[in-house]
Design a protein around this ligand. Structure first.
Ligand code: YSA
Length: 344
């Protein structure tokens, strides 16, 4: 084997084992650089006879071409491998981002927040309370003792709670009003709170009634509060929530924990007051019950009813977006149909 044959097989074997571009450059310098054996051989050709020079020159040049093309090929292979590896971590900052599927707040949650924000703006604080409640807060502290016929106004889900002294009746609160005595027990007047939350009624559902729905309770107690404050506050709320073009109406109503008691209604969105199936042909849809807090309720929590007066109200939350956006059935809110929920 001639020295150039040996050089060829050694160079090609080493080239095959090379795994990165740095090693490849060292290989090029060694086998094809100015001081390489091959370059020296080519330079030494001048001292040979014409015949020897022709033969040795042709072989050396052929080897040079082979090593150069093998080098280029290997370089290309290594560069492609390097690019492929880099692509795995490659992040193109110019690409448009993939859209995120964001969730959204349930329309009832949005409504509760909107109502809370309006009353915050009117000086009320937002507080929350328990959904599983004692009889004494849901009824007794509200002037509705056991056996009182007004208990029938709130069909109740009862449950028994075992204590050391036996079974004590508990219930799923039928309204947010039990938060009135709960707040007053812990606070001295003046009081101004709104209480959003879930309430439960053991009753059949229809287009405007659910067995689980939401209310926002309101309570204001201070010296000198009158029915005019109640009406002014609720008119202002209705103006901010529904807009000034909707009509609001107050009528007498009865609740054992207020005297006098009223209900507030808004003109029906479907018939604009003319009368239809949704509003029971009355032209109005009731949104809340309210009144001046009964002196018995104030006295039970230790407030002096000669000094302090107050108003309270309890509004149905679902009825608000129904009126505002023209939703004709309350059951849409809890049917979990995304086509409905995505509209809000
Ligand atoms: C009254 C006087 C006060 O000083 C304070 C609060 C109240 C309201 C009282 N606690 C109450 O629950 N009255 S209510 O039974 O008439 O309900 C109040 C509002 O809740 C209704 O005006 C209506 O908007 C809504 N509502 C009642 N039953 C409902 C309902 N919403 C959906 N489904 C039902 N089943």
């Amino acid at each position: 084997m001639s020295p150039l044959d040996e050089l060829q097989s050694k160079a090609l074997a080493e080239l095959a084992a090379i795994a990165d571009l740095k090693e490849l450059e060292a290989w090029r310098v060694f086998y094809l650089g100015k001081k390489s054996q091959l370059t020296q051989t080519l330079r030494g050709l001048a001292s040979l006879s014409v015949d020897d020079r022709r033969q040795a020159g042709a072989q050396a040049n052929q080897l040079k071409l082979l090593l150069e093309s093998s080098f280029e090929e290997k370089k290309k292979t290594l560069q492609q491998a390097q690019l492929a590896a880099a692509r795995q971590e490659y992040f193109d900052v110019t690409l448009a981002g993939r859209p995120l599927t964001l969730g959204r707040l349930h329309p009832v949650t949005q409504t509760i927040r909107e109502i809370g924000a309006i009353f915050s703006g009117l000086g009320f604080q937002v507080v929350e309370g328990p959904e599983v409640e004692w009889d004494r807060y849901n009824f007794e502290a509200l002037n509705i003792p056991p056996g009182h016929p007004a208990r029938d106004m709130w069909s109740t889900f009862w449950m028994d709670y075992k204590t050391e002294s036996g079974q004590t009746p508990m219930l799923l609160r039928t309204h947010t009003s039990p938060m009135q005595p709960r707040v007053m027990e812990k606070t001295k007047p003046p009081v101004r709170v709104v209480v959003p939350g879930k309430v439960y009624r053991y009753e059949a559902t229809d287009a405007t009634h659910e067995s689980q729905f939401h209310q926002v309770e309101g309570l204001a107690v201070d010296e000198g509060i009158t029915l005019a404050d109640l009406k002014g506050t609720l008119y202002e709320f209705a103006r901010r929530f529904f807009g000034s073009d909707r009509k609001a109406r107050f009528r007498c109503d009865y609740f054992p924990f207020v005297e006098p008691g009223v209900e507030m209604a808004i003109d029906c969105w479907v018939c604009k007051g003319a009368g239809c199936r949704l509003c029971g042909n009355s032209g109005w849809i009731e949104i809340l019950g309210a009144g001046m807090v009964h002196p018995h309720v104030l006295e039970r929590v230790g407030y002096d009813s000669n000094k302090y007066t107050g108003f309270a109200f309890g509004m149905g939350v679902e009825r608000m977006p129904m009126l505002k956006y023209g939703i004709d059935d309350i059951r849409h809110f809890f049917a979990n149909d995304l086509r409905f929920l995505r509209q809000f």
